[in-house]
Design a protein around this ligand. Structure first.
Ligand SMILES: [Fe+2]
Length: 167
């Protein structure tokens, strides 16, 4: 795809705005994960969430660094999608009284968030490449890989937890 300078300027604005939304998203996930750890019964699940909390704190730093590079300032833009996903997760966790059912609800909520993050970072990485920002693309790719690994781990934990919930 050939990009003209006006398109590049538009894409650059869109890229920075979406980085700012990603920062808001990561900050909200940082706030939500401690509650998810607390609600988890399965020790493997609690550990997966707490390991991912550490990674998420790293994502906040990395995305913040990219925004500072681009604008000289640290700024966020509200990510409405993550707000909706977190509210929905809180509602279904409240409804699940049984421990193993609550665990599978937490896994489902965690995977919905991961899938959203995978879409966000896949897009941002591609846009960074289009803009010729090789370093940004590399940072975004490293975050993307951690989100994918977190999603995969939740899938493997869910195999065991689902069996308990159905027993
Ligand atoms: Fe993340």
């Amino acid at each position: 795809m050939k990009m003209f300078s006006a398109n590049i300027e538009d894409l650059r604005t869109l890229y920075v705005t979406n980085l700012q939304k990603a920062l808001d998203m990561e900050q909200k996930i940082t706030d939500a994960l401690p509650k998810m750890i607390e609600k988890s019964t399965d020790p493997q699940l609690a550990k997966a969430f707490s390991d991912h909390l550490q990674q998420t704190e790293g994502h906040v730093e990395k995305v913040d660094g990219l925004i500072r590079n681009a604008t000289g300032d640290s700024d966020t833009e509200t990510c409405k999608a993550i707000g909706g996903l977190i509210t929905e997760a809180e509602d279904s966790i409240k409804d699940a009284k049984d421990e193993s059912v609550r665990d599978i609800t937490l896994i489902a909520a965690g995977q919905q968030v991961e899938h959203h993050e995978i879409a966000v970072y896949g897009t941002l990485r591609n846009w960074a490449n289009l803009l010729g920002l090789a370093n940004d693309a590399q940072v975004l790719e490293s975050i993307l890989n951690e989100e994918k690994a977190a999603d995969k781990l939740l899938s493997s934990i869910s195999d065991g937890v689902n069996m308990q919930a159905a027993a």
